[in-house]
Design a protein. Structure first.
Length: 391
């Protein structure tokens, strides 16, 4: 379903609508239909989205106009949803797209290649809010060997080649050196300008193309063992923001990566800022990675750590991190008995870590210094009710 609509209201969705199905789409937005483009028959419609940017939700504003791509969801109870991944955007930034969709809706065919170049702005933490910002004045070229078309993106990041001749076209996007294109896996493609291939026929053209970019900030280095030789594959390295470095576990903004087979590591897509690199900087040692918190160049104290400062699109290279000695495990033995003092076999003993957090929610209430348990493992008692836990 596709339409141009104005937001009438936004409210929390009635959870009863979804029955017993868990649903991220917890906001109900009612739209006035300004222009139906595909599959719309009513004058108003309810669309569901998430209130969380991490779940690709959209913050709709009452009174604003949007181009909406909506899709049916729900296995038992059907409803319509949308997200930032669906190409739904404010109508003002999608004028060319709306014009093409309008022509298609009216039965006309326009041979075209059109789309938008966007910068994805996010922090280094996986739960940071994600925003797409249009990139202005980016050179876009479409060529098929015989015909070459050039244009630059407008203030909305849009580009279009309308009424072009049929053929297989290569689309080239020339970005500033501080940016790189990304693929659908959030990885970067191999070069700053790359080719996208699309075919225009006498009766068919590609849909709206969204080309996404990210800032090209990078931090590269390698991890060496006590012997001085590079470690193998899979050693975890942490990047954290300086501003959150001394906060409690769970509140530190971080990005993880792992070494390759030669002990090399790389963080990419890093926005400008000040950072620390090291091991277990955002968490505590665990069974899967039993190394003490260590900051580059090799200190457990954040005050002595090297601050890595990145400007826009900068790269910090050649870092050498020495993998510290593993933290020694502590063996805890115990016995589970019932109320009569008899051993209980098959009892489950679980291990939890307690991490302090400080939350401030609103003017109405606050929660401070909460000890938050985090599950870390379990064992089962033997026939004598005895167990051993490694800490």
């Amino acid at each position: 379903m596709v339409f141009v609509g104005t937001v009438k209201s936004v409210k929390s969705a009635d959870s009863r609508k979804f029955g017993d199905e868990y649903n991220f789409n917890d906001l109900q937005t009612t739209f006035y239909i300004d222009e139906p483009l595909k599959g719309v028959k009513s004058k108003e419609i309810d669309i569901y989205t998430s209130s969380q940017g991490t779940a690709c939700g959209i913050e709709f504003e009452p009174g604003e106009q949007y181009l909406i791509y909506a899709y049916e969801e729900g296995s038992k109870i059907k409803y319509l949803s949308t997200s930032i991944c669906s190409r739904s955007r404010d109508a003002g930034s999608r004028k060319d797209e709306i014009a093409v969709l309008r022509s298609i809706s009216n039965g006309a065919f326009i041979p075209r290649i059109y789309g938008r170049v966007e910068e994805i702005i996010r922090g280094i933490y996986l739960l940071d809010d994600l925003r797409n910002v249009p990139m202005y004045d980016v050179l876009v070229t479409a060529s098929n060997g015989e015909n070459v078309y050039r244009t630059r993106t407008d203030l909305g990041g849009n580009f279009s080649f309308i009424n072009i001749r049929k053929g297989i076209y290569r689309l080239d996007v020339k970005l500033p050196s501080t940016y790189k294109l990304r693929d659908d896996s959030w990885n970067f493609v191999s070069k700053t300008g790359t080719d996208f291939v699309y075919e225009v026929t006498a009766s068919d053209s590609p849909d709206f193309i969204t080309i996404e970019t990210r800032i090209n900030g990078r931090i590269r280095g390698r991890v060496v063992a006590e012997s001085g030789k590079p470690v193998g594959k899979g050693v975890r390295v942490s990047l954290i923001s300086r501003e959150t470095a001394e906060k409690e576990v769970g509140d530190i903004k971080y990005m993880p990566t792992s070494t390759d087979g030669s002990g090399n590591f790389e963080f990419y897509g890093i926005p400008p800022g000040e950072y620390y690199v090291g091991f277990n900087l955002e968490t505590r040692p665990g069974k899967d990675f039993p190394y003490p918190r260590t900051y580059y160049p090799g200190t457990p104290e954040v005050e002595k750590a090297k601050i890595i400062v990145l400007g826009k699109g900068d790269a910090a290279e050649g870092l050498v991190l020495n993998l510290p000695k593993k933290v020694e495990e502590i063996k805890v033995r115990g016995r589970v008995v019932d109320a009569e003092g008899k051993p209980v076999s098959g009892a489950i003993v679980e291990r939890y870590g307690l991490y302090s957090r400080e939350w401030r929610e609103s003017d109405d209430y606050s929660m401070q210094n909460i000890l938050q348990p985090t599950f870390e493992g379990r064992v089962e008692t033997d026939e004598n009710g005895e167990f051993t836990l490694m800490l």
